[in-house]
Design a protein around this ligand. Sequence first.
Ligand SMILES: Cc1cc2nc3c(=O)[nH]c(=O)nc-3n(C[C@H](O)[C@H](O)[C@H](O)COP(=O)(O)OP(=O)(O)OC[C@H]3O[C@@H](n4cnc5c(N)ncnc54)[C@H](O)[C@@H]3O)c2cc1C
Ligand code: FES
Length: 209
Amino acid sequence: MNYKNIRVANIKDLKKGEMRQFSVEDNEILLARVEDGFFATAAHCTHYGAPLEKGILNGERVVCPWHNACFGMKTGKLEEPPALDALPHFPVKIEGKDLVVQLPAEIPSQCTPQMAKYNPEADTRTFVILGAGAAGSAAAETLRQAGFEGRIVMLTREDILPYDRTAVSKKYLQYDSKKDSLVLRSLEFYNEWDIEVYSHKLVTKVEAA
Ligand SMILES: Cc1cc2nc3c(=O)[nH]c(=O)nc-3n(C[C@H](O)[C@H](O)[C@H](O)COP(=O)(O)OP(=O)(O)OC[C@H]3O[C@@H](n4cnc5c(N)ncnc54)[C@H](O)[C@@H]3O)c2cc1C
Ligand code: FES
């Protein structure tokens, strides 16, 4: 990947515990001063794109101003939902009094957390998740993020992939009536990570054994 080093700010631009958004060419990045270090991430929340500089920097954590997702400022790691993805983060060097950020040629808006690939030879267990809402989808992703390599099956009585139910009374009713715009992850995402989603399946009884 190609990187470029760009002078973004002066060390005096940020006091300890402060964060600010800076424009860099056609992009916006967030710079924060945590203790004596400077850290840079993408400037917008990976949930619905809130400007994170309007949120709160609490120690090493950035709290989104809209729905309180939390990210680690030092790593971009997602620490609290409702966002699903981490923030891209970029190395910062101090050159004299300048803050120089190493940016990739194309800055991604989000980073999907690392997940295990399906490998039934390594793990023969199956997890069946009843209900494919935000909780079910988060459970499936969390299993893969925790390294689970077995089979994951999600069952829902609805005819749609896991979706953001909170949007049903907001943008969906107001101006965006395409059901697909509500989904949390695409079908390609579930296929890529071998998370099987079965719709139109009403669960009537559970026999765990
Ligand atoms: C219109 C609306 C607006 C909302 N707005 C907000 C908001 O602004 N802020 C906020 O914090 N919260 C809001 N909420 C609440 C929020 O959406 C829920 O807390 C959240 O969706 C819960 O997620 P969940 O995955 O636990 O459950 P759900 O999203 O309810 O998912 C449960 C899943 O299980 C499936 N299921 C249930 N029973 C069966 C069965 N027997 N067999 C097969 N499948 C089954 C369902 O079809 C569904 O897919 C709103 C809810 C609604 C309905
Ligand atoms: S936009 Fe950040 S949590 Fe929703």
